[in-house]
Design a protein around this ligand. Structure first.
Ligand code: AMP
Ligand code: MG
Length: 326
């Protein structure tokens, strides 16, 4: 069985193709970027409208498959920006109708976890999922992927992007902050905000803006301190989730997980508690269609041809989804 998956929750329009054996055929993405400012939902929608046909065609071309080779279509149902989600769903429905194959909508956050399991061979991991809009620590317990900790305000990626934007860097800011941080020499104390199992970034953002505005601190030191502080928060909560659940594997997912310093901090924590740490390749850490195609396979029992009854779910939470495939 071959599945084609479409991702369009935010900045990226992606199309991936994978078989039920996990054979990867293609993973094509086209991301909306800006020189200054963040994601404007209606601009991102326009980007996706323009990109969707070519991305799907390119994926089939790279896979060396005909459209008629596809047995199943899946798409990101949520969480995400409605204008963007609607473009992905429309493309998915167009293809499913043309082929007369089943269609299934899937949860973007769970897709990160399932592709992480496939690619790292982890069996029952805790997932640290730091991305643009989302920041969650997720693990399976009693029929659902439970959220053991999460951000109380913005996602860590949006937080980093906001600070990057404030100091005049474009979107996405994460890689630029990572580069600046390499030249940081001194740790500048910042608020460290862990509440129970949750984290919060908006106060740290205000504090960073004030410090930047005071012109007393080199921007490299601010970038370095930002990373050291918020990554320590994420690692702390992940470790506590592992201790609580007794799970022995940590997997990363989400765009911020591309950050080498975050990976290093997670690795150290796992080594210290004799746990296995794995990072899937960057192409599935960022938003992508491959993980959507794979979750389509995983949830194929729910796929259906009553296309008109399938809709987007912009506010769907990880723990709303009944996990009946484990
Ligand atoms: P996603 O929402 O999962 O596609 O992830 C996008 C987010 O990942 C954006 O906020 C980026 O700034 C962030 N990001 C990408 N690469 C890095 C990196 N190397 N370090 C930190 N953040 C990153
Ligand atoms: Mg994501």
């Amino acid at each position: 069985m071959i599945s084609l998956g479409i991702e369009s929750t935010a900045h990226t329009f992606g199309c991936g193709i994978i078989s039920d054996k996990g054979k990867i055929y293609a993973n094509v993405t086209d991301a909306y970027r800006t020189e200054s400012g963040g994601i404007h939902p209606s601009e991102a929608r326009k980007h996706h409208e323009n990109a969707k046909d070519k991305v799907a065609e390119d994926a089939l071309g790279i896979a060396n498959l005909k459209l008629s080779d596809i047995d199943l279509i899946s798409f990101s149902q949520g969480p995400g920006l409605s204008p963007c989600l609607l473009v992905g769903m429309a493309k998915a429905k167009e293809l499913a109708k043309k082929l007369n194959v089943p269609l299934v909508g899937v949860n973007h956050c769970i897709a990160h976890l399932e592709i992480g399991k496939l690619m790292t061979k982890a069996k029952d991991p805790v997932l640290l999922y730091p991305s643009g809009a989302n920041t969650q620590i997720i693990a399976y317990e009693a029929g659902k992927y439970r959220v053991f900790g999460e951000t109380l305000d913005q996602g860590v990626g949006n937080f980093i992007d906001s600070f990057a934007r404030y100091i005049g860097l474009g979107f996405p800011g994460g890689p630029k902050i990572e580069k600046l941080a390499l030249d940081g020499k001194n740790y500048i104390e910042l608020p460290y905000v862990v509440k129970g199992m949750d984290v919060s970034f908006s106060g740290i953002l205000t504090n960073l803006k004030q410090k930047y505005g005071s012109k007393k601190y080199p921007v490299e030191d601010l970038a370095f301190s930002l990373q050291e502080t918020v990554f320590a928060m994420l690692v702390e909560v992940s470790e506590r989730a592992m201790a609580h659940t007794g799970k022995k594997e940590l997997v990363l997912g989400g765009g911020v997980a591309c950050n080498k310093r975050l990976q290093q901090m997670c690795r150290i924590m796992c080594e210290e508690r004799n746990a296995k740490f794995s990072v899937p390749p960057n192409e599935v850490l960022v938003d992508n269609g491959l993980m959507i195609a794979w979750l389509g396979i995983v949830q194929r029992k729910q796929a259906a041809k009553n296309y008109d009854r399938i809709d987007i779910r912009p506010y769907e939470r990880t723990d709303d989804v009944l996990v009946d495939w484990r």
